[in-house]
Design a protein around this ligand. Structure first.
Ligand code: FE2
Ligand code: FE2
Ligand code: FE2
Length: 411
């Protein structure tokens, strides 16, 4: 698989930006504005790339759509540092992106508070630029939709300037005022122009490809972000991946094939990041309108993963976890012979793990009841009977693997 670091950053940023629900470009705009300001400062190419990546990923500690709303609607608020610390811990633990961790840690720290902290002055300055462009995007966000942004540029520039020396370094405010004087700075933020900007940045980035072990670590990183969305779904992706791996072993998979299955399972619910928290935590059955929103998530997973080089097959395994053998699943309504064994495994693992976990409307189910439900689904031709038989044969082990109570099988 030919996955470059830039592709990993972009994939992660597309996932994180989903948390904006209807406006899914926050991170990308913050990165673009940081690059434009860096140009005004005369900062060289390597620094521009560093800032671009930091902008793309700065909010990787935000999985909740409720929290994202606060972040976008307030200029400064109590507890802003919480998501910075979460993002810092996440990136710090993944070597290829660990260099971005300190920038993300301090992206809501006021400039006037920096001298008391143990930060390298250059890192402080870079983090503060992300802080500045992040706040610009928060101020601009309400104007993207009705195309009135150019009418409000003056007030946004004034507001940022008013916090010169307190929130933001004076030199960075100057650079922002310089970079944002032309209309083009603001017009560039239109969703129509973002992909081209990203492509242009990509032309000059490094091309080293990742190992499968790195990709798996990367999938764990994304799974942690997805699972952090709600305490109800804590460890869901991790449990689905463990059970998928176990069922894959029972199906005779081994080596890289098994690794790829596990990666697909870790990533199956990326699209859930776009589902509003209120829906996921709803104690009542979803209305038709709510279910229509929910149905978008596995398609969003597909759209994000298919853009990764070498992920074409894996993207389908992940995205088909709500397809049914009877053709009534979503989003592709595939018939049974079009659904791969890998997707069938992830579907069973997904159902099993969700039922073994508490939900707002029910307690965790015991293994016997889960099997009973899987048998009903088998009778409706929704899930693969061979796989249900295997679950039945190894029921206790499946249960503890799904719940993370055992290290795995001895197979
Ligand atoms: Fe933030
Ligand atoms: Fe942000
Ligand atoms: Fe799902």
């Amino acid at each position: 698989m030919q996955v470059t670091l830039r592709q990993m950053v972009l994939t992660l940023s597309r996932a994180v930006d989903l948390v904006g629900v209807t406006d899914v470009f926050h991170g990308r705009r913050v990165g673009m504005m940081a690059v434009e300001c860096a140009k005004s400062l005369g900062w060289h190419t390597a620094t521009r790339h560093l800032l671009f990546d930091a902008g793309l990923l700065h909010d990787c500690g935000v999985s909740s759509t409720r929290e994202h709303r606060v972040i976008i609607n307030e200029l400064d608020w109590e507890g802003a540092n919480l998501h910075c610390e979460i993002g810092y811990e996440l990136l710090r633990s993944f070597a290829p992106l660990a260099h971005l961790a300190p920038l993300i840690r301090y992206h809501h720290t006021h400039w006037e508070d920096m001298p008391g902290l143990p930060i390298d002055p250059l890192v402080a300055s870079h983090a503060n630029l992300i802080h500045l462009t992040d706040r610009v995007d928060a101020l601009a966000t309400r104007y993207y939709r009705d195309e009135s942004l150019l009418l409000h540029v003056g007030e946004i520039r004034d507001l940022i300037n008013r916090h010169r020396g307190q929130f933001f370094a004076p030199a960075l405010v100057d650079a922002f005022l310089d970079a944002s004087a032309p209309e083009a700075f603001w017009l560039l933020l239109d969703a129509a122009y973002i992909p081209q900007y990203i492509e242009d940045m990509g032309r000059f980035s490094e091309t080293r490809t990742s190992t499968l072990a790195e990709l798996k670590q990367f999938a764990f990183l994304i799974a942690h972000i997805v699972d952090a969305k709600s305490h109800f779904t804590a460890e869901h992706s991790l449990g689905v991946a463990r059970l998928s791996r176990f069922l894959g072993q029972l199906a005779g998979f081994s080596g890289d094939h098994l690794e790829k299955l596990e990666i697909a399972a870790l990533l199956h619910d990326i699209g859930k990041l776009q589902v509003p928290d209120e829906l996921l935590e709803s104690p009542a059955a979803l209305s038709a309108a709510e279910f229509a929103v929910m149905k978008k998530h596995s398609f969003a997973t597909y759209q994000i993963l298919r853009q990764v080089g070498g992920f074409a097959e894996l993207a389908l395994w992940a995205a088909e976890h709500h397809e049914s053998l009877n053709g009534d699943g979503y989003p592709f309504r595939l018939k049974s012979d079009a659904i791969s064994t890998e997707a069938r495994i992830i579907k069973i693992a997904d159902i099993y793990q969700a039922l073994a976990q508490r939900r707002p409307y029910r307690k965790p189910m015991p293994a016997s009841e889960i099997l009973e439900l899987l048998r009903k689904m088998q009778a409706e031709n929704e899930v693969d009977g061979t796989l249900v038989d295997r679950v039945a044969l190894h029921l206790e082990e499946c249960h503890s693997v799904a719940r993370g109570e055992a290290a795995g099988s001895g197979l």
